[in-house]
Ligand binder design. Sequence first.
Ligand code: NAG
Ligand code: NAG
Ligand code: NAG
Ligand code: NAG
Ligand code: NAG
Ligand code: NAG
Ligand code: NAG
Length: 448
Amino acid sequence: MAASGNARLLAFALVLAVAVLLRLRGVVCESNHTHFAMVSRGGGNAPKGSGRVPAAAPPPLDTCGCGPSPLPSEFLNRKLAALYPVIQAFKKTITCDPRGVTASWVGPNLCDSHFGGMAYKGFYCDYPPVTGAPQDNTTLTVASIDFNGFGLCAPSIAGFVDAFPDLALFHANSNNLSGEVPDLTGLPYFYELDLSNNNFSGAFPANVVPLGGLLFLDLRFNRFVGTVPPPIFDLSVVALFLNNNGFYGQIPDNFGSTTAEYLVVANNQFTGPIPRSIYNTSANLSEVLFLNNKLSGCLPYEIGLVEGLTVFDAGGNDITGPIPLSFGCLGKVEELNLAGNQLYGHIPDVLCILAKTGKLQNLSLSDNYFHSVGHHCLELARSRVLDVRLNCILNFPNQRPALECARFYADPPQHCPFVPHIPCDLPGFRPPVAAALPSAVAHGGGGN
Ligand SMILES: *[C@@H]1O[C@H](CO)[C@@H](O)[C@H](O)[C@H]1NC(C)=O
Ligand SMILES: *[C@@H]1O[C@H](CO)[C@@H](O)[C@H](O)[C@H]1NC(C)=O
Ligand SMILES: *[C@@H]1O[C@H](CO)[C@@H](O)[C@H](O)[C@H]1NC(C)=O
Ligand SMILES: *[C@@H]1O[C@H](CO)[C@@H](O)[C@H](O)[C@H]1NC(C)=O
Ligand SMILES: *[C@@H]1O[C@H](CO)[C@@H](O)[C@H](O)[C@H]1NC(C)=O
Ligand SMILES: *[C@@H]1O[C@H](CO)[C@@H](O)[C@H](O)[C@H]1NC(C)=O
Ligand SMILES: *[C@@H]1O[C@H](CO)[C@@H](O)[C@H](O)[C@H]1NC(C)=O
């Protein structure tokens, strides 16, 4: 139990480490990511001389290239003996293997990586987390599969991934896997599914919806289309990557139920507004990328209530209206991108001052219709933290033609509510609440 808990925690920590390393920017720019399961399982430490042809002649191959079937007694235990035909059956369906990994899927040593060997590349073993079970060769089983970067082509993973009863992780970034995502609800320890950068298509894979134990779901860079089922946002995941597919329709209203810290829906065809329920993610959400969709409507005031946000990116959409003053409460935000929308009005100083009182390092508001900036924003523009190119700001360089701005303001796309209330204590922007004012706030920068 303890060992499995540790393994889970370790992998958990690694997921976070990977996501943080990527800063999510990488999630949308690159289509692969680090081999963290390799590290966590102690695999991938190729002994000296790996890659050379082994001195001993390889065993004679049968016609399918599967090698002679080992005797049942040659496997460490019955579970592994039962998994052997599963792997061999999958191997027969593989139509391309540019790195030749399946050549290592021969013989009885499915857990070779556990003993520092080179057989069964991509398969990693561990002891199942059953209280009281012996942790020896009689219980060792395949706990994780990591095919990241193998480039394998296979028409289906059904009957394969779902046939490993103790599987916790399936990572298959950058392969050419297709077909249905199988029902994995029969795998009690399963918690990480990475199908990114493959050849999956069709509707959202409904089989992932009931996976209550899932912590990490990565479907990015496939050819999925259609709407996203609302229950996805009820999963207790840490990371949810749906970017670079063909998803469309509105982002479901229960979006705010997500427990995700990292959530990316970028580069799809989503329409409609950013759901106001986003306020409800405030305990967990740290980085969220909506960029390059067809989102519209006003920027919800509720975004400012998501205290933990460090990256908010809704660039490249059709969002309109002013920036709510509540954005001034995003004290942890480092990157805020709203470029390439139809935002207008005054760029609020409460936002720009976050470069001084908060963590703000990059504020992209270019290619909108803002007409003026506050005093702190002027400073930020000078120091290039704030990008306001292609707006309607008088006497600023690189702005839109006056006529285009006049036309926009004569008939803005939507009149959005302007809420003057700021839902947090901000130095200089609200009358101090008498003696209750904390000293840290009292010496902050002034207003305008
Ligand atoms: C487990 O299997 C490995 C590899 O076959 C072997 O070296 C080791 O001695 C075995 N351990 C036990 C306790 O049987
Ligand atoms: C992963 O992406 C990096 C940078 O985008 C690239 O250099 C590397 O070759 C890729 N690895 C694989 C296995 O595709
Ligand atoms: C990708 O999937 C399509 C079916 O959607 C299939 O026809 C095609 O062969 C697959 N490509 C590869 C490289 O496996
Ligand atoms: C998938 O197959 C296509 C067509 O053969 C190829 O262009 C592409 O690079 C492959 N993708 C990966 C990740 O191996
Ligand atoms: C989300 O936040 C809640 C409350 O802080 C916490 O109990 C929960 O573990 C978090 N969920 C995740 C997946 O981090
Ligand atoms: C807020 O999130 C919780 C789960 O974290 C969920 O049960 C609740 O329905 C959500 N409320 C709204 C209004 O989204
Ligand atoms: C700031 O953010 C924009 C938009 O997200 C990005 O294009 C730009 O590279 C970032 N600038 C820096 C210096 O990181």
